[in-house]
Ligand binder design. Structure first.
Ligand code: 4AD
Ligand code: MG
Length: 434
């Protein structure tokens, strides 16, 4: 018999087909029962009528326990009252594994606390909301790849074991690497992107990155996925333009393909529909002025905290581009503004609705002497950066790029409270399991 996915039901009305899935929910009333089966693509309400089925099949279905695996055969018809718009009249069923009564599926349809759910993350991802969030994540990643692939960027993967810090030495994870050699898990593929950009012009890398962030916030993971484009012969303005285009591309894709998931998540889609270029562009200085006016105790020179970012983004209905932060609070590689060397040619993109920074990037130092000076000032080990300095010895050009955290972006798209639900198996300060 033909196996179909529930999401393709509309194309198989009236045909004998089978769906292979897990029991999501079950209602029954004596002579009829309604097993709801999920198969990863959707949920199907099945109708099993006692008088029309072999007794063993009806009994097995009627006693089915939550998340038991089951293959159901029958015919599908449109049914406007059913949750997915279709119903399947059951003709036969095979129970693959019945979840025992003594050890029931731990996640029931009632409420559970977050720690309990995180401990059962391997099962929790089957739940409707979690499933919807992870499908939006897939859509975001697909959009990111399509955007760069169709705009002349070459994907070049960068290493995860690295000999040096990119984003400051305080958040490095150290790894013992044979014979006393120490390496770190990468914080960013940027430094390698700068090399590949000199080979390919426009590149991107997309992979996991690691930060030993001791902060326990709803915006920080210790392992997160970042997409990082880098462009040769490019400046801060190019970064802003690509960041704006990328975000609009992602929002359009999510709205075009993931409406059903956004509905499950009760996302206010009007807020996403409002995301149109151009995005407001402000300077760090203006940001500080706005924040002071709104009662923050930030002083010029300090970094925006999570609360500051939220206060700032409340002022706007679309992402904002904040540029020229003080060089002091930025990483070693930022090109200083030639007119005001105390600020960096960098930009952060802050998402609306209080979701905070989703993109950070800017223009890189391309002058050899200045870069060597900065490496020394930041007390970074020169020998680990010799190869990176070569990029300034052999055909150095202005170049720029950025990084977007996938989980930050998905949190905003889905409108949820916490970053940890946007990745299948989150890694945080106090969580490395399951
Ligand atoms: O601003 P960040 O630190 O920039 C860089 O790493 C640059 N080297 C990127 C580049 O220019 N190629 O990080 C970039 C983005 C942030 O805007 C945020 O979205 C995300 O990465 N991010 C995190 N996401 C989750 N958990 C964390 N601990 C994160 N730290 C940064
Ligand atoms: Mg940043």
């Amino acid at each position: 018999m033909k196996r179909i996915t529930i999401s393709s039901s509309a194309q198989h009305l009236g045909e004998p087909v089978e769906i292979a899935g897990w029991l999501y929910n079950l209602r029954s009333s004596g002579k009829i029962c309604f097993p709801q089966v999920r198969d990863g693509s959707g949920i199907m309400q099945c109708v099993a009528v006692k008088s029309q089925l072999p007794e063993a099949v009806f009994d097995a279905l009627k006693k089915l326990t939550q998340e038991s695996s089951v293959i159901i055969r029958g015919k599908i018809r449109a049914e406007s009252r059913a949750p997915g718009g279709f119903e399947m009249d059951v003709e036969d069923a095979t129970v693959m594994q019945r979840v025992a009564e003594e050890t029931p599926y731990p996640i029931s349809l009632k409420e559970h606390g977050p720690e309990f759910l995180l401990d059962h993350r391997h099962l929790w991802i089957r739940s409707r909301r979690q499933h919807a969030i992870l499908r939006v994540r897939h859509e975001v990643i697909k959009a990111v790849r399509d955007y760069f692939d169709s705009n002349g960027f070459t994907l070049v993967d960068t290493p995860i074991f690295t000999p040096a810090a990119c984003e400051g030495t305080t958040t490095l994870f150290e790894v013992n690497y044979f014979e006393d050699e120490k390496v770190y898990l990468t914080q960013s593929g940027q430094l390698y992107n700068e090399a590949t950009a000199m080979a390919f012009g426009k590149v991107y890398t997309f992979g996991p990155t690691f930060r030993a962030e001791k902060s326990k916030t709803r915006r920080h993971l210790t392992e997160f996925w970042m997409v990082e484009p880098e462009m040769a012969y490019a400046t801060l303005d190019d970064v802003k333009q690509v960041a704006e285009e990328l975000i609009c591309f992602i929002v359009d894709r999510v709205l075009a393909n993931r409406r059903a998931e956004l509905a499950i998540l009760e996302r206010d889609v009007a807020k996403l529909e409002a995301i149109k270029p151009p995005f407001p562009r402000i300077s760090y200085d203006e940001g500080v002025a706005i924040l002071k006016r709104k009662g923050s105790n930030i002083e010029w020179g300090g970094d925006f905290g999570g609360t500051d970012e939220t206060l700032l983004s409340e002022e706007f209905d679309r992402p904002i581009l904040v540029d020229r932060y003080p060089s002091e609070i930025k990483a070693f590689y930022f090109e200083p503004d030639p007119n005001r060397p105390e600020v960096a040619l960098g930009v952060d993109v802050l998402a609306p609705e209080g979701y905070g920074e989703i993109i950070g990037g800017g223009q890189r130092i391309h002058d050899l002497d200045l870069l060597m000076k900065r490496i020394d000032e930041h007390q970074l080990p020169r020998e680990a950066f010799e190869w990176y300095l070569d990029l300034r010895r052999f055909g150095s050009v202005p170049h720029a790029g950025f990084g977007m955290g996938i989980e930050r972006c998905v949190t905003w798209m889905t409108g949820i409270d916490h970053l940890r639900e946007t990745i299948a198996f989150p890694r945080m300060l106090y969580r490395t399991r399951p």
